[in-house]
Design a protein around this ligand. Structure first.
Ligand code: MF3
Ligand code: CO
Length: 261
């Protein structure tokens, strides 16, 4: 059963998404050479709590941090650590979620730090476009497989692969609700999209093969072939007038916040 949200609930989820994307804007600016992933995590948690929200991932299945920060060949679920420093040339995925007024918001971006090759810049751009392609297909009356397959087709057309073992999800009163949202599949299949559904669409795109493995820490997912991986995620409502991205309004970011740029 896919839970449907009322217009009011979706408006609350949009407000939550404003807070979340604002915090993510702050994190993006802080993601510079020499900062540790733990410092990013501390900033994220402080800002979430300051907003009267709670971190969505902390305590989830025993996860210990607020942020998932995955570098280079890490796909998702990288655990922040004081021993992990960002350096120039890294690509860094920042995946963050929060709960406020009983409703969750979840998003992720992958950004380059310092100087990266043109090929890597293109890879990040196209991976984000794969997410956008999925979002554009999230309209009432289409099927979930239309979203999934559009993401896969787009990524593969550009010579990349999509991860199979991890998927997006419905989101609302729980972080993970039905439906499961693969980033691969066939058009015209799966549940029909209805007004009131909210989907966390989150392609994980690998430069090489789609295979992944989990490191000994039990969390960090890496590409099996060591190739780079990018991760982009938005929480998206299905509305009468089409897809409404709920996680793209960076007004939560205040100039003069306590970090160096
Ligand atoms: N964006 C990811 C997801 O929705 C992050 C989950 S990390 C976890 O699954 F720690 F909460 F599992
Ligand atoms: Co998610």
């Amino acid at each position: 059963m896919i839970p449907l949200k009322t217009k009011d609930e979706i408006d609350v989820m949009f407000e939550n998404g404003c807070v979340l994307s604002g915090i993510l804007e702050g994190l993006k600016m802080m993601t510079r050479p020499d900062i540790t992933t733990q410092e990013l995590d501390e900033y994220a948690e402080a800002r979430i709590r300051e907003a009267g929200a709670v971190p969505a991932f902390k305590g989830y299945r025993g996860y210990k941090a607020t942020l998932c920060c995955s570098l280079n060949s890490e796909v998702v679920h990288g655990i922040p650590s004081k021993n992990r420093k960002i350096k120039s040339g890294d690509i860094v995925s920042l995946d963050l979620g929060l709960k406020k007024n009983g409703l969750f918001s979840d998003m992720a971006v992958t950004i380059p730090v310092g100087v990266v090759s043109e090929q890597v810049t293109k890879f990040l751009e196209l991976s984000e476009k794969a997410l956008m392609t999925g979002i554009m297909n999230a309209t009432p009356g289409k099927r979930l497989g239309d979203v999934s397959s559009s993401i896969q087709r787009f990524a593969e057309k550009h010579g990349f692969s999509v991860v199979r073992d991890y998927v997006g999800h419905g989101i609302g009163r729980k972080l993970h609700e039905d439906p499961v949202i693969p980033n691969f599949g066939n058009p015209g299949t799966g549940p029909r999209l209805e007004v009131g559904m909210v989907l966390a669409i989150e392609p994980m795109v690998n430069m090489g093969g789609y295979q992944v493995k989990v490191l000994d820490d039990g969390w960090t997912v890496v590409t099996a072939d060591g190739s780079l991986s990018a991760h982009f995620e938005h929480s998206v409502a299905i509305t009468d007038s089409g897809p409404r991205v709920l996680t793209n309004c960076p007004i939560g970011f205040k100039k003069g916040d306590s970090f160096q740029i």
